[in-house]
Every structure is written in C-alpha cells, then in structure tokens.
Design a protein around this ligand. Structure first.
Ligand code: NAI
Length: 343
C-alpha cells in the first residue's frame, strides 16, 4: 500500500520548530506518510512570494486533501489580514474541531475533562466585513447564512454520532443577536429533531455557559458555536487541560482537511527551543486517525496509537516542557517521546 501525501506548512514563529519535532515523531513511528512542503504566512513573504497564501500552497492542498499546518502570525490592527481565515475561506474548511482532554501526568484544576468544541469557521464576525463609516465610527458586520448554519449543525451531529458522543450544547447570544445567533439555533434544532433525535440537545447563553464550564466542565460533551465564540471558548477549554501547548485542532471541509494546533506563532519564545510541540503532534495524531477512516488504512491508526501512548508515557515520566512545569526544551522533549515509541 502506498503512503499518504501530506502538505506541510511550517508557518511562522515557533511553527518551524514544532513542525520539525512533529515530523521527527511521525517518522520514528513509521507513519505511512510522505510530505510536500509549501509556504504560508510571513514565511511566504520572507521566501520572496508576493502573497501570504501562494497559489501553489492552495493547489497542493486541493490535490492531496490533507495538510498539517504550523501557526501563522497576523498583526493586530494594520498590516495584512489573517492567513488562517483566508485559508479556511478559500478551502471552505467550515468545521473547526478542537478536542479538549485531560492528559496523564499533566495535573490541572480539573480531572477527567473530555469535551470537543466544534466551531463554524467561515462566517460570523470573522467574515471580515468591516467598514469605516466616518472618522471615529467603524462597523464590523456579523454574517450568518442558513446554509452555513445548517451544514455546521449537520457536521456536529454526524460527528457526535460517529464518535458515540451523547450531547450537543449550542452556545449562543440569541437573546441579543436574535437574527444571526437565532439562525444557528433554528438550524441546529431542525437537524436535531429531524435527523438526530437520539443525541441530547441543549442551548445555553454563552456568558452563563462560560461560568458553568469553569465550575464543572463535565456538564459538556460537544460544544457547538459560531466562529468568534468558538475561538474564545477553545482557548478557555485549553486552559483547563494544561494550556495551548497541549491543545490540538483540525479544520474540515467537504474535500480537504487542515490539521493545526490551537496556539499561535508565540513570538515571545520563537527560536529558543522552548515551544511545546505536543499540540501539533496531537493534531498530527488526529490527522492519522482521519486518514485511517478516509483511506481505511489501519497503518495510520496504529501509528496514531503508538504516538499517543509514547507522549502519554513521557508525560507520566515527568518529561515535560516549561509550559507544563518541566525543564525540557523542544528538542529534548521530542526525543523523550521518540525514545518511548514501541516497536
Ligand atoms: P500564541 O498562542 O502565539 O501565544 C500565547 C501564549 O502562549 C504565549 O505566551 C506563548 O509563548 C504561549 N504558547 C503558545 N504556544 C505555545 C507552545 N506550543 N509551547 C509553549 N508556549 C506556547 O497567541 P498570541 O500571542 O495571541 O498570537 C501570536 C501570533 O499568532 C499572532 O500573530 C496571532 O494572530 C497568531 N495566531 C495564529 C494562529 C494560527 O495560525 N492558527 C492561532 C492563534 C494566533
């Protein structure tokens, strides 16, 4: 059987360090993958490309359907707009999935956290419709379409069924944003009652839900929300299980999938061998499981299992990067995982 081609986008800041670590782990686990390297973000400009998201990057992902991506820097305020948002829109990667699980050997305030945030990835305030009305007055428009609300609801319920999850909670602010958040509720209710009545369905106003989340995350199973809420809720949830260094993610469209950590390019620690590569490595494990499902290739599932067991052992042995209270640098932590790979 052939290997699966994955497009690698190392990205900016700590991106190349965590990508290098993850590829070393994938290779040591004998994951049946081959790689095509492409550029995105500041890295593309630095390499002399005239755009942040070069055409050959998009073409490669459309050809191979799977990418593993490091973080890309987006300046606040002026400068270029987000390459992440552009990538998600161009490839129509409408479902962002962020599993949040307690890890062995990573003590936090919470035990046994196991939930998944599903976020609509193409609309809301991230649609990028912003206008300056006049000096001192600006407007950002929140976009919601029935089609997008329907497809993300459908995606979330299908995912819940495939993963044997029991409950979906939609977080919203439809008491204020009656039309936009209201549309998501309308579609989620429809999908639930018509197609997935066996999954428990609940709606919570987002602010109250944040309080409930930090008081008792075990009330949640799958959380479904629009774009901006999903972005914020995912980081809050990341904090419950050890922070951004251990929070993986994936973006799915109909044909393509891009796997990436929740964290950004962390310019404060870039190039210093301090980054935790685990979030990207865990995203790569999600990628292997996706390939195992799509291509019915058990070799991918075996490699995913091996990597998961190895980083679990490393953490239990107290082998940790600084963000988790340990002392290891990126490279030594990577080696600690590789040393614990069986077979
Ligand atoms: P950030 O996630 O880069 O960093 C927040 C804090 O977490 C920093 O103190 C950083 O050192 C720490 N951190 C992040 N990842 C870490 C890791 N793997 N190991 C250890 N510590 C880690 O968020 P920030 O500072 O808000 O954003 C920096 C840049 O990244 C911005 O330009 C932002 O737009 C971009 N960004 C890109 C994302 C993407 O490409 N998907 C996602 C989020 C932000």
């Amino acid at each position: 059987m052939k290997s699966h081609t994955v497009v690698l986008l190392a990205g900016d800041g700590i991106g190349p360090e965590v990508m290098d670590a993850t590829v070393k782990i994938l290779e040591a686990a004998k994951a049946p993958l081959s790689y095509v390297h492409r550029l995105a973000g500041q890295a593309a400009l630095d390499a002399g490309k005239d755009v942040l998201l070069p055409e050959d990057t998009i073409t490669a992902i459309k050809e191979h359907h799977v990418a593993l991506k490091g973080p890309c820097t987006t300046p606040i305020g002026g400068g270029f707009s987000s390459v992440n948002v552009a990538l998600r829109k161009t490839l129509n990667l409408y479902a962002a999935v962020r599993p949040v699980r307690s890890l062995p050997g990573v003590p936090t305030r919470y035990e046994g956290v196991d939930l998944v945030v599903v976020r609509e990835n193409t609309e809301g305030l991230y649609a990028g419709v912003e206008n300056k009305i006049m000096d001192g007055v600006v407007m950002s428009m929140k976009v919601a379409t029935r089609d997008a609300c329907h497809r993300i609801s459908h995606w979330a319920f299908r995912y819940a069924t495939q993963r044997r999850r029991k409950r979906i909670t939609v977080l919203h602010k439809a008491n204020i944003m009656k039309l936009s958040d209201g549309l998501l509720l309308e579609e989620a209710r429809k999908v639930h009652s018509k197609e997935y009545p066996n999954i428990e369905y609940r709606e919570l106003i987002i602010d109250a839900a944040q309080m409930r989340l930090v008081m008792d995350p075990s009330q949640f199973d799958i959380i479904l929300c629009e774009n901006l809420y999903g972005d914020i809720v995912s980081d809050l949830c990341a904090g419950m299980v050890g922070g951004l260094g251990v929070s993986p993610g994936a973006n799915f469209g109909e044909d393509d999938a891009v796997f990436e950590a929740v964290h950004g390019s962390a310019p404060d620690i870039a190039g210093q061998d301090k980054a935790n590569p685990l979030a990207l490595t865990m995203s790569a494990v999600m990628m292997l499981n996706h390939l195992a499902d799509q291509a019915e290739d058990e070799r991918c599932r075996v490699a995913a299992g091996k990597i998961k067991a190895a980083y679990g052992k490393a953490l239990l042995d107290g082998q940790k990067t600084r963000d988790l209270g340990g002392e290891l640098g990126t490279r030594d932590f990577t080696q600690a995982i590789i040393d614990r790979l069986d077979g």
